[in-house]
Write a protein that binds this ligand. Structure first.
Ligand code: SIN
Length: 265
């Protein structure tokens, strides 16, 4: 997982370059582009190479200000809970979870830090023992966006709604058909059809598996104007907040999924 792509100016994309980037993305799941000078529209145009852009539910359902296709990252000395500190994949509460995310960081913390860790969910499935793989196949789980909102101290007010969806625990990647482990500490509330205590124990086991198998991880060190594109089905990520009281700023676009995730048969 993970490759740096050199000698590409994403503001000047041709269809030939886009096809090569899609191939590299299928192969590596995580692409890093340094020294990019992108307007917001160019950032969005790059995201659209991979599909339609997702409108963020906080902007659609909760009235958060700003462009609904942009997820804003601005961590400052006044931030109480930094975004993305729990290992997660973006918006698995959507019935069709997003396929990809493209995060463009323009300001990195003075003094360093603010890396993002990624975990390969193909490799993490393979790293489970066969009897555990067998146990998980055919199970589904409930992913509820309200759980994620609560982590930031937000509760829905009367009349507001937010996405929630059932997802397979072991899924097939809709584009490549490869197997993925798909539970998400930020969004998964329970595994369906088993006792609450069993669901809790299984989820905790899987979350510790995701965070502890460091041979399945890689780490991106940002520089200003780095854009990172990741496969949001195949990878989890964890933003490290080790730079208080400094500031980290960027914008993310999120690419819609191709279709609902199918369980592995
Ligand atoms: C995210 O969760 O998409 C943000 C990741 C980051 O800030 O590095």
């Amino acid at each position: 997982m993970g490759a740096e792509v050199h000698d590409v100016d994403l503001s000047q994309l041709t269809s030939d370059m886009a096809a090569q980037i899609q191939q590299a993305f299928d192969d590596h799941l995580l692409l890093v582009f340094r020294d990019q000078q992108l307007t917001r529209e160019q950032h969005k145009a790059f995201g659209r190479v991979f599909g339609e852009l997702q409108q963020h539910p906080a902007k659609v359902h909760l009235g958060f200000p700003g462009d609904p296709e942009i997820f804003d990252i601005r961590i400052t000395r006044d931030t109480k809970v930094a975004n993305g500190e729990v290992w997660h994949t973006d918006l698995s509460c959507e019935p069709i979870p997003p396929y990809a995310s493209a995060l463009y960081i323009t300001q990195t913390p003075e003094g360093g830090g603010g890396d993002t860790l990624f975990a390969n969910m193909h490799a993490l499935y393979d790293a489970l023992s066969p009897p555990i793989q067998q146990l998980l196949k055919g199970l589904s789980a409930w992913h509820d966006g309200r759980q994620d909102l609560r982590a930031y101290g937000l509760e829905l007010r009367e009349g507001q709604s937010y996405p929630a969806a059932e997802q397979p625990v072991i899924a097939q990647h809709p584009r490549t058909g490869r197997t993925i482990l798909f539970v998400n500490e930020a969004f998964t509330v329970r595994i369906n059809g088993i006792a609450v205590a069993e669901s809790r124990a299984l989820l905790q086991m899987l979350y510790r598996h995701i965070e502890s198998q460091t041979r399945c991880h890689c780490r991106v060190q940002w520089q200003p104007n780095t854009l990172v594109l990741w496969d949001n089905h195949a990878l989890h990520h964890h933003a490290v907040w080790d730079y208080y009281p400094h500031t980290r700023v960027g914008e993310r676009v999120t690419v819609q999924g191709i279709g609902p995730l199918q369980a592995l048969r």
